[in-house]
Structures are given as C-alpha cells and as structure tokens.
Design a binder for this molecule. Structure first.
Ligand SMILES: [Zn+2]
Length: 121
C-alpha cells in the first residue's frame, strides 16, 4: 500500500517544525538551553502525535473497511457488524492526546461494541 499522501503531510509538518523553530530562534536569540529544549520538545511532540495517530489509524482499518478481512469479537469470536466511524481518544507515552477515527464494530452474538477490530487471519 502506498503512503504517499501521509508522507507528504508528514514532510509538510516537519518543514513547519523546522521553519517554526528557526523563526522562534530568530525572535529569541538569548534563549537559554532549557527554553530551547522546551520549545523544541513542544514542536516535535505535535509532529510525533500526528505520526503516531496516522500510523495507528492505518493498522487493521484498511483491511477491514475494504472487506478483505473479517473482524471478530475478542470476547466470543462472533462476527462484527460495522457500525460506522467513531472517534477514539488515546494518550501517548508523553501524555499527548491524539484522536483516532476508526470503524466501530458491534458483535452480532454478544452485542459487545469494540474498536479497533481484532482480525481473523
Ligand atoms: Zn461477542
């Protein structure tokens, strides 16, 4: 599968991080190391969250949505019925909140609603 669109978005984001950091440095020529670090961390964490979110969204979703794989309930193994997209909030290790939009499934046997679906291989 091609990821050109995602990579393009990441490249644009990294350009923004670089340009933003460079502009910030120009405005704060006397910034101390701690301030530079904080600024850099903050800018990079935006990019980091975006990359994690994009990568996590890709996993599994494409296969299920394309109907190539059947998703099953992790509790009873029943077939999952697609129930539209829902947003899910996750926290990265750094405490950054990211939002994923994923297909949400309802189990036809036990009614358990889940995402992301576990795949039957
Ligand atoms: Zn079930």
């Amino acid at each position: 599968m091609k990821n050109e669109k995602t990579e393009e978005a990441w490249k644009k984001l990294s350009d923004e991080v670089i340009a933003g950091t460079s502009a910030w440095r120009g405005k704060h020529p006397k910034a101390i190391m701690r301030e530079i670090e904080e600024e850099g961390d903050q800018r990079l964490s935006v990019m980091r969250a975006r990359m994690i979110s994009d990568t996590a969204m890709k996993r599994g979703r494409a296969e299920w949505e394309a109907g190539e794989k059947e998703a099953v309930c992790p509790d009873c193994g029943g077939e999952l019925l697609k129930n539209g997209k829902k947003k899910r909030k996750l926290k990265t290790r750094e405490g950054e909140e990211i939002e994923l939009e994923r297909e949400y499934g309802i189990c036809l046997k036990c009614g358990h609603g889940i995402f992301p679906p576990s795949m039957k291989h």
